[in-house]
Write a new protein. Structure first.
Lengths: 349, 326, 326
């Protein structure tokens, strides 16, 4: 990818939008996490938060246009929030309520908003990658006479060891599918460090080198900088849309929460443990460094410094966001549980 | 109008007709569409008909994604065992997506795979593993035994808005049958009474249907009148027709090429034991594949499979008309 | 770097003729249904099999795929039991249970062949790991074709082998085809070496019909493996002489000329080299080919004289029993 292929820059309005969405995702995820203390028992099973990845999520989505599509992993709350899905419905889904985005059928890991192009997730590491590839195949052939839709496929570094990853990238490259593979590399696969499971990481290489095995460009970007992410992803999106095929974008992020809440049998209160860097690897300094580099305050500071927004404006936005997500929590708590018999709906179309 | 065509031609005819009727239907898989002379490529072009590498996870996963995006893929997998490589997509993704989304999406796709190829294809290519795909909510399973059913069930499978495993028996590939021309649909969940009779009910699947019919003919000359039923789809499974038959005959023999605990016959036996118990005059008899990986050597291969003699033996057993032979 | 010499070349040629004559005979027997089922011949692959296996010990581990006869013979499998296996007889290497695609000869280190493309590659990793844990210098070699490279389990294995630096030797026979489709329909990367280069594999790409080059390349690779270092890839560019399987009409290969085959026939090339180097003369070479044919006939007679297995044999072998040796 040459410099001449850089995507157009972002104007002030777009930067403020990005900042706002990052705040919304952060606040939403914080409220999900606090639910475990504030309302024990409302969230069952396993939930995964994207705090720390906001810049990567929003920067990527900012490169899409209406009609484009995406699929993600089970760490999926942030994407529909940025796309405009009602956070009330998302929170209600996480609480398993009737007014949830999926009627309480899916839960935290299985959000869907087809109207906004978000076709779904997989709870199984890597298995959404071939699915997104199929969405891109559909986009390719139904858009022969006009500019095609592009598909973003989000997954983590852990997924890149799955056969599903290599098979999909091979086919997408061969067929020149209009897809961008965005690997959010947060250096952890649950409680395993990437160097413990990835030959490239163990050799000190960026994971983007894997793209060479599929004849596609691979780039690494600071996933904490939404402008940089947007620039890289937009370039890849343009390449895909022009029919030149896929790109692998390695977006380096750090998740600020543990992989997910603890897994425990019913009766044991669920909560979020400390991040694995602290709990498992005894490296609190790594975590502290990541917190200091937190992309949300970092971007806020940049916008204020560059005069895009004032500190007061930033505070005002934050206040609105807090109120919005408080409403989401209230809405979810008030939403009734689905009728038990509803369990037999939707098995077959 | 009907004419005789082979089983495999009937399947291809169904795919062709559906692809002509609905341009959202795709057909892809390994070793397909590799030349411009390929009939599907000529008719529908390289967008809708594609060859894939040896990548079952990607093939089936892509089918899921394309279905989510509004298309209707048919994936050519050749052999049921090749689906095992991609079990997650088949069992954990395709059938569950709609449900988990609360009905927002649907996943119309067909996984076409041959099975049961006992002809020396040996251990890894020969299984009858449809049992693994029964009882998966959201997944349907079709198992045609005739050319006409192969055409009709494939057409129905393609039009069905759910993921369907379409298993076609390899030994029936060239078996001719009368197949209606043009649009022809066989509904899912409707068993076919292939031979009416009053003395015993024989339920058989796939290649076993022909063996059951042959056994029935031989038994007829002994004065035993057997009713032979082909369920045609295992999911949904038409238990009602089987129960009605058992009400009439009181005796049930189940024939299945799969191994006992992974067979359709075990499922049917349980249903009849629970819902048709009072009609039974004798315990149900199952004639299934024996519990071994299918061996290569011919006499051993034949040994592990149901055959006419074993079926006839089971009929005598439920009629109490001959001693049980080991 | 080890070089072929007058001591080694004749031995290799002898093995290659044994493979060639064996496979030609199997093709004949298949046509007359004395060998049944799915058979994949190694004609054209003799050079790779001999150059690799002659440098291995009996206790070195080898895995192969569905095209395993050549590897088995080169590794030391006796022709009689191998032929008997293909004929499904009780004196076959696997007592007739496995057939062509599933041969095992533990005595000579052939831990198994598999009918699922690439399915053996993860197995080889395990064996290499076990060797290292025992502190042994046992080598592990796994043969596969270029089609396997696109299967997900290949990449999964490559990452793990590289991460754990396993002393496993991947030997890829890249004949430019996977079943019936050319490599270009499977992937945009022509050389398998380029696929694994991303993982820092030690790798070599060699003309698969150039036995001296294969010998030297593998010798170097083997030294590395014996030191417990790895992983390694030997990519052999070969030409598959007959169809994918016997019965394959090969319409897709029309453009390959006899000329091309003569150039790439490893047996013809090594013979020409050996004669030119003065290691053998025409008469000696002709005698080798004839002796090989005679050996194969002895094997056929052995196989024909062997009875078919008794069915009860299978029941013994489905599960390992506590304390059982086999």
């Amino acid at each position: 990818m040459t410099d001449s292929e850089q995507a157009p820059g972002l104007d002030g309005e777009q930067l403020v939008w990005i900042f706002t969405q990052m705040l919304r995702i952060r606040e939403f995820e914080e409220r999900v996490k606090r639910s475990f203390e504030e309302s024990p028992g409302v969230i069952r099973g396993h939930t995964h938060l994207a705090d720390g990845a906001e810049a990567s999520i929003v920067g990527s989505l900012a490169a899409l246009r209406p009609g484009d599509q995406l699929m993600t992993t089970y760490r999926c709350h942030g994407y529909p929030i940025a796309l405009g899905t009602d956070p009330n419905a998302i929170m209600a889904e996480i609480y398993g309520r009737k007014d949830g985005l999926c009627g309480g059928y899916g839960g935290s890991m299985h959000l869907v908003d087809t109207e906004r192009g978000f076709l779904g997730t997989s709870g199984i590491v890597g298995q959404g990658i071939p699915q997104a590839t199929g969405v891109a195949y559909a986009a390719q052939i139904r858009n022969r006479t006009r500019s095609p839709q592009v598909v973003l496929c989000f997954f983590g570094d852990g997924a890149s060891k799955q056969g599903a990853f290599s098979e999909s990238l091979n086919v997408a490259s061969l067929w020149k599918l209009p897809i961008v593979y965005v690997m959010e590399n947060n250096s952890y696969n649950v409680v395993t460090r990437v160097e413990q499971e990835d030959a490239n990481a163990a050799a000190g290489e960026p994971l983007a080198v894997k793209a060479k095995a599929f004849s596609m460009p691979g780039v690494t970007v600071d996933g904490g900088d939404p402008v940089a992410v947007h620039q890289r992803v937009a370039t890849a999106v343009a390449r895909a849309r022009s029919g030149d095929g896929p790109t692998l974008v390695e977006s380096k992020v750090y998740r600020l929460s543990a992989h997910g809440n603890i897994i425990a049998p019913p009766g044991v209160p669920l909560h979020f443990p400390e991040h694995e860097a602290i709990e498992v690897f005894g490296a609190p300094e790594e975590y502290e460094a990541a917190k200091r580099g937190d992309p949300v305050p970092r971007f806020r500071a940049r916008l204020v410094t560059e005069g895009i927004i004032s500190a007061d404006e930033a505070d005002r936005i934050a206040g609105e966001v807090r109120a919005e997500m408080q409403s989401a929590v209230d809405f979810a708590l008030d939403s009734p549980h689905p009728e038990a018999e509803a369990a037999l709906n939707y098995v077959y179309a | 109008m009907a004419r005789e065509i082979p089983y495999i031609a009937a399947i291809n005819e169904a795919i062709h007709l559906e692809m002509a009727r609905d341009d959202t239907v795709l057909y892809f898989g390994q070793n397909l569409a590799t030349t411009e002379n390929d009939e599907f490529v000529k008719a529908f072009g390289h967008d809708r008909v594609r060859v894939t590498p040896i990548s079952e996870t990607a093939e089936i996963g892509m089918a899921v994604g394309a279905a989510l995006a509004g298309l209707r893929p048919v994936v050519e997998l050749y052999m049921a065992e090749f689906m095992l490589v991609a079990m997650d997509q088949v069992v954990n993704e395709a059938p569950r997506f709609r449900y988990m989304s609360g009905g927002k999406v649907k996943v119309p796709l067909v996984l076409k795979a041959g099975y049961g190829f006992t002809a020396g294809w040996a251990g890894q290519h020969t299984g009858s593993i449809y049992g693994m795909f029964m009882g998966v909510p959201g997944l349907k399973v079709a198992l045609p035994a005739t050319a006409a059913d192969a055409k009709g069930l494939m057409a129905t499978a393609i039009r069905d808005d759910n993921p369907v495993c379409f298993f076609h028996h390899y030994l029936l590939t060239l078996e001719p049958g009368e197949v209606p021309e043009g649009e022809y649909l066989v509904p899912f969940g409707q068993a076919d009474i292939r031979r009416a009779g009053g003395d015993v009910t024989i339920v058989a699947t796939g290649w076993m249907v022909g063996k059951a019919l042959a056994a029935a003919e031989a038994l007829a000359s002994e004065g035993i009148d057997a009713e032979v039923i082909d369920p045609r789809t295992l999911e949904p499974l038409d238990i009602a027709t089987i129960l009605t038959s058992v009400e009439k005959t009181g005796r049930l023999v189940l024939v299945d090429q799969a191994t006992r605990h992974a067979s359709a016959s075990a499922v049917i036996a349980a249903e009849v034991a629970e819902h048709g118990f009072s009609a039974l005059k004798a315990p149900i008899a199952q004639v299934t594949g024996l519990d071994a990986t299918v061996p290569y050597s011919e006499p051993m291969e034949a040994y592990v499979l149901p055959d006419e003699a074993k079926i006839a033996g089971a009929v005598h057993q439920v009629l109490g008309s001959a001693p049980v032979t080991a | 770097m080890a070089q072929l010499d007058s001591g080694v070349a004749p031995a290799l040629l002898r093995t290659m003729w044994r493979i060639r004559r064996f496979e030609e005979r199997v093709a004949q027997l298949k046509r007359t249904m004395q060998v049944h089922g799915l058979v994949h011949l190694s004609i054209g692959g003799e050079g790779v099999a001999a150059a690799v296996c002659h440098q291995l010990r009996d206790d070195d581990a080898m895995y192969s795929g569905h095209r395993a006869h050549g590897h088995a013979i080169a590794k030391g499998a006796p022709l009689g039991p191998l032929m008997a296996e293909l004929m499904g007889r009780v004196d076959g290497l696997c007592h007739g249970l496995g057939g062509s695609m599933h041969v095992v000869d533990v005595e000579h280190g052939l831990f198994g062949a598999t009918g699922v493309v690439g399915g053996n590659i993860p197995l080889a990793l395990g064996t290499a790991l076990a060797a290292r844990m025992r502190g042994s210098d046992q080598a592990t070699v796994v043969f596969f074709g270029d089609g396997a490279v696109q299967a997900g389990h290949f990449s999964e294995s490559v990452n793990l082998a590289a991460l754990w630096e396993l002393p496993v030797i991947l030997v890829c026979e890249n004949n430019g085809f996977a079943e019936f489709t050319p490599r270009s329909a499977h992937t945009s990367i022509e050389l398998v070496s380029d696929v694994v280069s991303v993982y820092g594999f030690r790798r070599q790409t060699v003309d698969g019909s150039d036995v001296p080059a294969l010998w030297a390349a593998f010798a170097e690779i083997l030294d590395t493996a014996r030191e417990g270092r790895g992983p390694m890839l030997l990519e052999c560019l070969t030409h598959r002489r007959r169809g994918h399987y016997e019965g394959d009409a090969e319409a897709y290969r029309d453009q390959l000329a006899e000329e091309e085959w003569r150039r790439r026939d490893p047996v013809a090339r090594l013979q020409a080299d050996a004669i030119a180097a003065g290691w053998l003369d025409e008469a000696a070479v002709a005698a080798m080919a004839e002796e090989a044919a005679d050996e194969v006939e002895v094997a056929v007679a052995f196989a024909r004289a062997s009875p078919f297995p008794e069915p009860e044999l299978m029941e013994e072998l489905v599960y390992a029993k506590a304390g059982s040796e086999e």
